[in-house]
Design a protein around this ligand. Sequence first.
Ligand code: NDP
Ligand code: 8X3
Length: 259
Amino acid sequence: MTHLDPATLTVFVTGASSGFGRATAVRFASAGSRVVVAARRLERLQTLVDEFGAGRIHAVALDVRDRAAVEGVVSGLPAAFAEVDVLVNNAGLALGLEPVNETKLENWQTMIDTNINGLLYCTRALLPGMMERNRGHIINLSSIAGSYPYPGGNVYGGTKAFVRQFSLGLRSDLAGRNIRVTSLEPGKAETEFSLVRFGGDEARAAGVYEGYRPLVGEDVAECVYWVSVLPRHINVNSMEVMPLSQSFADFPIKPVRED
Ligand code: NDP
Ligand code: 8X3
């Protein structure tokens, strides 16, 4: 079994300023890969450059919702980082936990623009190079929220169901090519995700992870790394990962008035 040598890989990680994205960048950079790290908060990305050096990390300020900016960043990559082998489409967010009748339409739009459109723009910008080189791997961050509904997860879950189904469709389009596609579907993980979801309410965000051991960024980064370095003939189509404490128990019963 011959795993890929991480030192030969160039990896492009979106949403690398926090959580899964940052941990993924650290995982690959520590293993010797060259990593392009992208997010809106450039100052946070700069700390990765400081830690690993400019030969290992290339930081770019990028809002993935901006299609022209995505295309500009990809076409402007310096030569050492231009031949991207692994795209980790990780940038994403949930905003709010309200039922459909109460939620803010702007929140829906932001989730759709980021989780769906941003992921499509990045994929479309980097795929032609992978096709030319006949080498690549696209890893898309979906979520268990795309498979299992929960109250208030409505549009967020819908965007993640899109990510999963799009990943499988992309894999169909790429049949016969040496390009892998993986939909990674984590469960509850303690990152800045809930802080963003609840508009900066630290107590409410912390409550999401109380009383059990959630996943952390490094756990998900390990999954991304593992599927990336597997021997070339293996494609993990989808990978669902939960904390041990999370499971399918206790579907709630809510009695309904039928009058
Ligand atoms: P974090 O909030 O910690 O990280 C989200 C990252 O996305 C940040 O780096 C943020 O950077 C970036 N981002 C958000 N909007 C944009 C944008 N418009 N353009 C570029 N970057 C953007 O959350 P997680 O690490 O937990 O989330 C990463 C992914 O994993 C998301 O897609 C999320 O939906 C998914 N996920 C999370 C789970 C969890 O329980 N935590 C479980 C399953 C999936 P910046 O603000 O600097 O732009
Ligand atoms: C994040 C996991 O269950 O909070 O995608 O929606 S969950």
